[in-house]
Design a protein around this ligand. Structure first.
Ligand SMILES: O=C(CO)[C@H](O)[C@H](O)COP(=O)(O)O
Length: 230
């Protein structure tokens, strides 16, 4: 089957004062997926987006909302999100005692489920539950802030993606690998070669300054096509 790479722009990189217009513009540029971070203060004091904003935006958009919970209150957020028309929900294993229970609540609602890992978290923590996952989200920066002010992707990001792909192959899992954090046009080919399926696009690609969303998305598509040898 032909390999497909999805670009999922990260909502926290958009103009937060104009979210409805921003989501519309991203959709008009041709993107189908939207990465939505729900962050509590344990992960980042910035807390850019709350549950009511997600609810209102979803009611106005046909994009596939790929929600990434960065919170210690997973059960609360998951139970709210499953009432909405959300496409996928990922939550952090580091912040969850009952990982299987969370996966079960999401799957029973007919929503795709994934586990997210902060850069320093070992892949061994997901080994026994990978089969129940549709996604594994690998954070390639330490969670919290978009914008690429100082921090670059962690240096072991590519090795970790390769190791994750090997683990999925070993277990016979079709889970897709989502990469989140400082995904630039320059690094995309390496991410794709290592096994990434979904690229969360932020300040260094879709939200790159000086270009429209359409121009940035077209560039991303060109990079993807080249990387896949199309
Ligand atoms: O999860 C995130 C921050 O915690 C963001 O999705 C991610 O950082 C995207 O923005 P950038 O590409 O600018 O890093």
């Amino acid at each position: 089957m032909k390999r497909k790479i999805i670009i999922s722009p990260s909502l926290i990189c958009a103009d937060l004062c104009n979210l409805e217009k921003e989501v519309k513009d991203l959709s008009l540029a041709g993107m189908k997926s939207l990465h939505v971070d729900l962050i509590d203060p344990h992960f980042s004091p910035s807390m850019p987006i709350g549950i009511d904003i997600v609810k209102q935006l979803k009611a106005k958009s046909n994009m596939d909302f790929d929600v990434h919970i960065m919170s210690n209150y997973n059960e609360f957020f998951i139970k709210e999100l499953v009432k909405m028309d959300i496409s996928s929900i990922t939550f952090h294993s580091e912040a969850t005692i009952h990982v299987e229970k969370m996966l079960q609540i999401i799957k029973e609602a007919g929503i795709k489920a994934g586990i997210a890992l902060a850069p320093a978290t070992s892949l061994s923590t997901i080994e026994y539950v990978v089969k129940a996952c549709d996604y594994i989200l690998l954070m390639t920066i330490n969670p919290g802030y978009a914008g690429g002010k100082s921090e670059e992707m962690v240096p072991y990001a590519i090795d970790k993606i390769r190791d994750c792909k090997d683990l999925l192959n070993k277990i016979g899992s079709n889970a897709q690998i989502i990469i989140d954090g400082r995904v630039s046009f320059e690094v995309m080919p390496k991410l794709i070669e290592a096994g990434a399926d979904v690229l969360v696009a932020g300040s260094k690609s879709i939200f790159r300054k000086g270009f429209s969303y359409l121009e940035n998305y077209q560039e991303a598509q060109n990079v993807i096509k080249k990387s896949l040898g199309e």
